[in-house]
Write a protein that binds this ligand. Structure first.
Ligand SMILES: Nc1ncnc2c1ncn2[C@@H]1O[C@H](COP(=O)(O)OP(=O)(O)OP(=O)(O)O)[C@@H](O)[C@H]1O
Ligand SMILES: [Zn+2]
Length: 697
């Protein structure tokens, strides 16, 4: 069961920071309205120190010359009488209040005169008889309540609209409309307390081994904070879980809380965002206050990008202040944690790249934990987890088989499949959930996913497998390409597949290293060309990367023979260049050289792949089958990477042509001793790099 956290204490928090507003902004609105009503009541002209009288008595006053002023309201048939100063002293006017707190603005008497014509005649008659100068003033006036109502009408309308919006925004959940207004500055966090909830544990999270390892530290810290602080260590304040929707980010965060046995506050970044100034910041404060009260605890903010988008970038209309305030408040709160505050903030997003730099700085969300779509094996595990609660599952059910049927599915999709299968089985009167029920459920979910363009055809999958296998093969066979760690055809962010390399830290990159890397980058497209004799649009980011690299070689690092030892790089880079720093002719030459560089590497990649076509096929097949391969699988196919320590004297060529020839020779060498050589270990490779770097200087 979830419950909304309530807090009935003082709403205006004691701000710590210097520029925190003392009041939540909605109090200001309420104040203005109250003030207005007050003015209506007390400043109004007929607040009661006016005595009632009758027309005949008035005639007496008039006769006696006591009346200074007479106001006649035609529409309400009321006359207001103001006495002269002397008259007020007379005993017959004792009932008239003398201490008029409002500057004597209110009349002394009022009465209803009935018929206006008669009344006027009577006044004129008395005036004539007694020689009295009095000209009544005529005014129109609404009655008191009508007056107030009309004055308040705009405010009532505004409040009405406001309440309406409030209700809409908070989904009409809980509490009356008034309650909503007064709770607007409260955080909407849902609290999952381990005492009242069924505990989520790592057992409930299938796969995600890497991510689990990383969050284990947070669990450990929450359990034994002293262990860390005693050693003077800094405690992590936050981590961001990055990954596509439905991959179990929320689940993982909840499991961290469950494992550590601490309360878990969960809400979405968009919950902070309201149209009223200051509300987001106030909600952030409230959330952290609640979390600190229950510390140690975990705050989980889903869709952090709703508030954490890079400032001044996302919105051209410029009215982003409210979101920025919210973000600033979040940063302030996170900075404000002392080492004694055992609150850890976990956030989730599927776009880490749009986040504000300030958010991912050290001491805030300085850890990013990747939560990717599951591969074949992980999908099997997720099926296992979600089959557990199903009461009756047919015995012959094979989760391996199910995992194979669901490429590209997220954990949430799989949870959906299991649920759907149970429903289908029930509808068809089956006594247990069987294989066919699952297949039907998969079909149904795929139908939904197809609409969202998330499913790839078998043909596409094959193309991607060869593309990635191409990268892997070429980079494996090139001495200077970064060593491969993992290749996958599980879609990842914008890309359809990916290869991970172990980047080396190099201070200086040599020509042959750049060329080898470019060649490996072209390996994807080259494989498509070699195998299908077709190329696809799937290589866009590869082309972008390789073009940038080639351009840098030619125009920045002076690594091209024809262009020579010069750079068009401007380290000051302050003034925008409206004119190119080189002539048209040079410009053409640059384009030509860039394109030549890339083409040579493309041809080279094709060449390598043609010579290793069997291995490429084998690799692609394994990829299709397992969806992910690691270094070990590569070694099974290619043998260990064959590169031996180079002889120093042979390696001092630095022009592209020489380097090219050198690398080609390498590739051929590899041909010959790919199965025999097993000398290269990562360390020796690194040593070699260092030596090479220094020899180059
Ligand atoms: N690795 C997993 N193991 C078991 N179940 C999973 C896994 N991943 C997702 N699920 C199931 O999918 C549901 C939704 O996952 P969750 O809400 O954690 O995804 P999310 O990554 O937070 O998604 P979003 O980005 O849309 O918020 C979970 O409640 C769980 O049932
Ligand atoms: Zn590629």
């Amino acid at each position: 069961m979830t419950k909304h956290t309530k807090q009935n204490k003082n709403t205006s928090p004691k701000g710590k920071g210097p520029n925190k507003p003392k009041f939540n902004s909605y109090w200001i609105y309420i104040g203005i309205i109250a003030l207005f009503i007050g003015v209506q009541f007390f400043g109004g002209s007929n607040f009661n120190n006016t005595s009632e009288t009758s027309p005949s008595e008035f005639e007496n006053f008039l006769r006696n010359g006591d009346v200074e002023r007479l106001i006649i309201y035609k529409n309400t048939r009321i006359a207001e009488v103001y006495l002269t100063e002397e008259a007020k002293e007379k005993p017959e006017h004792q009932s008239v209040s003398k201490d008029d707190a409002f500057g004597g603005q209110s009349p002394d008497y009022q009465f209803e005169f009935g018929d206006l014509q008669n009344f006027e005649n009577k006044i004129n008659e008395i005036k004539r008889e007694n020689d009295i100068q009095l000209n009544p003033r005529y005014e129109t006036k609404n009655d008191f309540w009508g007056d107030i109502l009309i004055g308040l009408l705009p405010f009532i309308v505004i409040i009405g609209i406001w309440i309406f919006i409030m209700k809409r925004m908070s989904g009409g959940a809980g509490g009356g409309p008034g309650g909503q207004i007064f709770n607007i500055g409260k955080s909407k966090a849902k609290l999952f307390d381990e005492k009242t909830e069924v505990k989520t544990s790592f057992k409930d999270v299938a796969g995600l081994e890497g991510a689990k390892d990383e969050v284990q530290e947070i669990v450990d810290f929450l359990k034994h904070p002293d262990k860390y602080t005693n050693l003077g260590g800094k405690i992590p304040k936050g981590a961001i879980l990055v990954g596509p929707p439905g991959t179990g980010k929320t689940l993982l965060a909840k499991a961290v809380a469950g494992e550590a046995g601490v309360p878990f506050f969960s809400l979405s970044g968009s919950d902070f965002v309201e149209m009223f100034v200051g509300v987001g910041a106030s909600r952030v404060r409230d959330l952290f206050k609640q979390a600190k009260e229950k510390s140690p605890s975990i705050i989980f903010i889903d869709e952090i990008d709703a508030i954490g988008r890079a400032r001044g970038k996302s919105n051209f209309s410029g009215s982003n202040d409210e979101r920025e305030n919210t973000l600033n408040q979040l940063l302030t709160e996170m900075d404000g944690f002392g080492s004694k505050t055992n609150v850890i903030v976990l956030a989730a997003t599927n776009r880490a790249d749009v986040l504000d730099k300030a958010l991912v700085r050290a001491g805030r969300f300085d850890r990013q934990i990747y939560v990717d779509l599951p591969d074949l094996n992980e999908r099997k595990e997720i099926f296992d987890v979600h089959l557990r609660p199903l009461k009756k599952v047919a015995d012959e059910l094979d989760t391996d088989f199910l995992a194979k049927q669901t490429p590209g599915f997220s954990g949430a999709d799989i949870a959906n499949v299991c649920n759907e299968a149970a429903l289908i089985a029930a509808r068809n009167g089956h006594s247990a959930v069987g294989k066919q029920d699952f297949l039907d459920a998969v079909d149904r979910i795929i139908g939904g996913l197809e609409k969202k363009n998330k499913i790839m055809t078998l043909e596409e999958k094959k193309a991607i497998a060869y593309h990635e296998a191409g990268h892997a093969t070429v980079s494996w066979l090139l001495e200077y390409a970064a060593p491969l760690v993992k290749v996958t055809i599980v879609p990842r962010g914008q890309s359809l597949g990916a290869a991970w390399y172990l980047p080396e830290e190099r201070l200086i990159v040599r020509t042959e290293q750049m060329l080898d890397e470019m060649c490996a980058t072209m390996g994807g497209r080259a494989a498509e060309k070699v195998v299908f004799d077709k190329i696809s649009t799937g290589a866009l980011s590869d082309l972008e990367k390789v073009t940038k690299q080639a351009k840098a070689m030619v125009t920045i690092y002076g690594l091209n023979e024809k262009i020579g030892n010069l750079t068009y790089y401007d380290s000051q880079g302050q003034e925008p260049n409206f004119t190119k720093p080189y002539s048209e002719k040079t410009s053409e030459l640059i384009d030509e050289e860039i394109s030549k560089l890339i083409e040579i590497q493309y041809e080279r990649a094709i060449d390598i792949l043609r010579k290793n076509i069997d291995k490429l096929h084998k690799l692609a097949e394994i990829l299709l089958e397992k969806e992910v391969i690691f270094k070990d699988d590569m070694e099974d196919i290619f043998g260990k990477r064959p590169f031996v320590k180079p002889k120093m004297s042979e390696r001092n060529g630095s022009t592209s042509a020489k380097a090219n020839a050198q690398s080609k020779k390498d590739a051929e060498e590899i041909q010959n001793n790919v199965t025999s050589s097993d000398e290269a270990s990562p360390e020796s490779k690194e040593d070699k790099e260092n030596e090479k770097t220094s020899s180059n200087e």
